[in-house]
Design a protein around this ligand. Sequence first.
Ligand code: PMP
Length: 360
Amino acid sequence: MKRVYNFAAGPSMLPLTVLEKVQQELLSYQDSGMSVMELSHRSGLYTEVIRGAEQLLRDLMNIPENYKVLFIQGGASQQFAMIPMNLLVKSGKADFVNTGSWSKKAIKEAKKFGEVRVIATSEDENFTYIPKVDSTMIDPEADYVHITTNNTIEGTAFRDFPDTGNVPLVADMSSNILSEEIDVSKFALIYAGAQKNIGPAGLTVVIIREDLIGHAEETCPTMLDYKTHSESGSLYNTPPTFAIYMAKLVFDWLSDHGGIKAMQKVNEEKARVLYNYIDGSKFFSSPVRKDSRSIMNIPFVIPNRELDTAFVKQAQAKGLETLKGHRSVGGMRASIYNAMPLEGVQALVDFMREFEEEHI
Ligand code: PMP
């Protein structure tokens, strides 16, 4: 069986042991004679899965009691609308930090529901850094402040989170949730599409402080109201049962490997190995400012853009998959989420060294 190192931005690699467990349990989950895919979402066996997944995530992220964990569909993109529908309801004003393509999409959607102000942006330098945000920039009346903690396309990440005082801080953590320790209590709402560090696509995780639930307008569609999902334990309708089951296995895997603290160490080491090589190279370079670098998504470029295609193709022949950069940045991008082992990054660096020697 051939397995490759998959550097895709998402869907991306899953831990092999998780996939093996899925394979082993696929036809008959816990002697039920049924696959998890065939189990009723209201059955006792499935209740253990969904509540187990929630508890594991609570333990891993140290989520305080006064937060709800919701398993929703529609991707992080649906949250771009659900958040303003539920939160942009008091002053009707929200402050956004614009750090790239995904922030822009969130801003565009929120504008449909209220008054949106961009309080800081790095668009002047093609989103290659994280702009400074201090509390004086924030409208104390704003219903919330929105940030994208890790910018999947541009390869930047917030190292310190802005202090928003009493204004709720909302964060799109799609591409760095579970990759490093964070203090959940600093945020009012955290959301993430599953297909990077959590599990397969089709599931979106929302971690929301309870006091923010229940304020949507009467006209808010039932499925877009956080209250619906909160009151039903994410079982108002049929949830993405198999994706939640796989997320639970990924959370188990994380717990078995020392939790987020241990994962963060490995992630930092992986990013260090790759960035050390790029920064020391006379051929490859990083478009991202040093103080703003993501440890999950690492873009890099070479002087002769015409060699991009050759790089990606030759890497693929060596089992290093999906290294083509996003069209807005060009060059290459290595997404090295939790499931990418250090050996995968080392294999990439070995190949980059060979390629550099061949073309410099
Ligand atoms: N936000 C970020 C930071 C992302 O990386 C992505 C997807 N790559 C999205 C939002 C959109 O997520 P989805 O495809 O789940 O809607």
